[in-house]
Design a protein around this ligand. Structure first.
Ligand SMILES: Nc1ncnc2c1ncn2[C@@H]1O[C@H](COP(=O)(O)OP(=O)(O)OP(=O)(O)O)[C@@H](O)[C@H]1O
Length: 248
């Protein structure tokens, strides 16, 4: 299928009829013993869910624990597969990509930020932010220049050569944000990005998210319990009975 980035009426991401269930026995939100059943009881997390994301828009996915927010985010980012349904990225079905197309999509078109930064601890801020460029095949010099530019943008000019363990929690999360955005992806997917930070650092990161969205025009989807961060986004949605609902 041919990609058409310019067509205004084609959403960046088009999700249709998404269904995802998990075995209740593996339910990691459940406490207590696993159910004693001969069958495989399933939890239907997403039930025929539809969701469109426009180029450049910012969306918060909010709501109670266990309703499927992270599951939806992971499927959009191809970190997990749906049982059925489609995810189109600029009109292309991402689950029909072959392995190298999928790797390229994850590396170049999507930026991920998680609650815990998942940086390589023995490497410097600069080396961590260079990784996507190196995976893309940029020269060390170009990957380094791109990483330096974004690290300076997120306020880490004087921390380029610090190893991850020598950085504060807020600085580590800014390195994670720099790594996610270094190749200027079309979409940033963030799962509780400030869940591990204190109020002051959270506010700084929230403001950075918004500023970077305005500068880079990437689409931004944030799963969060933080209502301040959710309020920064142009749209808030939740999941009710497996389907997407507009929140407030
Ligand atoms: N790999 C898995 N195996 C089994 N069950 C899973 C798996 N991943 C998610 N689930 C279940 O699917 C449901 C939705 O989980 P998900 O993490 O998407 O919820 P969430 O809304 O993001 O919750 P939270 O706000 O607590 O992060 C939960 O009941 C969870 O236990």
């Amino acid at each position: 299928m041919k990609t058409d980035n310019k067509k205004p009426n084609v959403p960046l991401i088009n999700v249709r009829g998404l269904c995802k269930s998990f075995s209740a026995i593996e339910d990691r939100h459940k406490t207590g013993p696993a159910p004693q059943s001969s069958g495989d009881p399933r939890i239907d997390v997403l039930k025929n869910l539809d969701f469109d994301l426009d180029e450049g828009e910012t969306v918060a996915i909010v709501g109670a624990s266990g309703i499927g927010k992270s599951t939806l985010l992971h499927i959009i980012g191809t970190l997990d597969r749906p049982d059925s349904g489609t995810v189109l990225f600029r009109n292309e079905n991402v689950f029909l990509f072959n392995n190298s197309q999928l790797a390229k999509f994850r590396n170049e078109s999507v930026g991920f930020v998680f609650q815990f930064h998942h940086l390589l601890p023995e490497f410097s801020a600069l080396e961590n932010a260079m990784i996507p460029g190196m995976i893309k095949g940029l020269s060390k010099q170009h990957a380094g220049e791109a990483a330096k530019e974004i690290l300076i943008r997120v306020g880490l000019k004087n921390r380029l050569f610090h190893r991850v363990g020598e950085l504060s929690g807020g600085e580590q999360q800014r390195v994670a944000l720099a790594r996610a955005l270094v190749l200027k992806p079309a979409i940033l997917l963030a799962d509780e990005p400030t869940g591990n930070l204190d109020k002051k650092n959270s506010e700084q990161v929230h403001e950075l998210f918004l500023e970077l969205n305005q500068e880079y025009h990437m689409t931004m989807v944030v799963v969060t319990h933080n209502m301040e961060l959710a309020a920064y986004m142009s749209r808030r949605v939740t999941i009710a009975d497996g389907e997407l609902r507009i929140e407030n």
